[in-house]
Design a binder for this molecule. Structure first.
Ligand SMILES: Cc1ncc(C[n+]2csc(CCOP(=O)(O)OP(=O)(O)O)c2C)c(N)n1
Ligand SMILES: [Mg+2]
Length: 253
């Protein structure tokens, strides 16, 4: 009997203990929740609960500190990499990571992001690219696809007016300060597993002093895109993945 109980115990899928009991405010189908789960699991499995310091953004991820039980600091819109730099330099034994959307990281915070990458700060950037300003009602962001309809591009993004989708991970990979740049998604169980391995590497490498690691999650925003969760996942696979292909862009010691 005890044997059976033991087997059962191992089969039960449990919520990670670093995820709090707060009810998440994310819309059903949003990628943020799954990514939070992975962050909690990886920090726990690494035994870094007391060393992890998150920098939360302005955007839908603003309340991340309510959901993952580690230390956090809240930064002004776009400034997470600057705040992370300060904390990491003052406390180099901490595992410092930012959690930022495309509006936060690739629009208002482009300067902070690129220069943190170029300086090779030993931090981890977790970048949630849902191609839209989700929190403020679905306006165009720099990563919005050409032709994509948003609140501020009702006719679709037009390159003559708005330029091209901004590929900040490709830029980051070119810079000498980055040790690992990867693009992942959580649209399927197989991709969730791959993303978790990549996330662990993105946490580990800066802790070895190898430089900055950036992990981009190509993500859905079904409310902002005005689609059902299922349709949003499919739209992401068909439209976002060709523009933002998944996989490692760079890895060095
Ligand atoms: C200095 C400043 N400018 C603008 C805003 C308004 N604002 C809040 S969230 C946001 C965009 C968030 O989009 P993103 O970073 O992509 O996150 P998402 O909500 O999509 O996850 C903007 C423009 C602000 N809060 N502060
Ligand atoms: Mg966004």
């Amino acid at each position: 009997m005890a044997e059976v109980e033991k087997i059962k115990e191992n089969l039960v899928y449990a919520k990670n203990r670093l995820l709090t009991n707060e009810v998440m405010h994310y819309c059903p189908g949003c990628s943020h929740g799954t990514i939070h789960k992975l962050i909690a699991e990886v920090i726990d499995e690494m035994g870094m609960e007391d060393k992890a310091v998150g920098i939360s953004p302005v955007g839908c991820g603003v309340l991340a500190y309510n959901y993952i039980d580690c230390d956090w600091a809240e930064s002004a819109h776009g400034r997470a990499c600057a705040v992370a730099t300060g904390i990491k330099r003052m406390a180099p034994d901490k595992m410092v990571f930012t959690y930022q959307g495309d509006g936060d990281l690739a629009a208002i915070g482009t300067g902070e992001t690129i220069h943190a990458c170029n300086r090779g700060e030993n931090i981890t950037i977790i970048y949630i690219n849902n191609a839209i300003y989700g929190m403020t009602g679905g306006q165009m962001s720099p990563t919005t696809l050409v032709g994509q309809r948003t609140a501020t591009t009702p006719q679709g993004r037009d390159v003559n007016l708005h330029g091209y989708p901004f590929k900040i991970s490709e830029m980051a990979a070119m810079l000498d300060g980055t040790c690992y740049v990867t693009r992942q998604a959580v649209n399927s169980p197989a991709n969730v597993r791959k993303a978790k391995k990549a996330l662990r590497k993105a946490f580990e490498k800066p802790m070895k002093g190898q430089g900055l690691a950036l992990i981009e999650f190509v993500s859905t925003c079904n409310s902002g895109w005005k689609m059902s969760p299922v349709a949003a996942n499919q739209w992401m696979e068909e439209n976002m993945f060709p523009e933002y292909p998944l996989g490692d862009l760079k890895e060095r010691e």
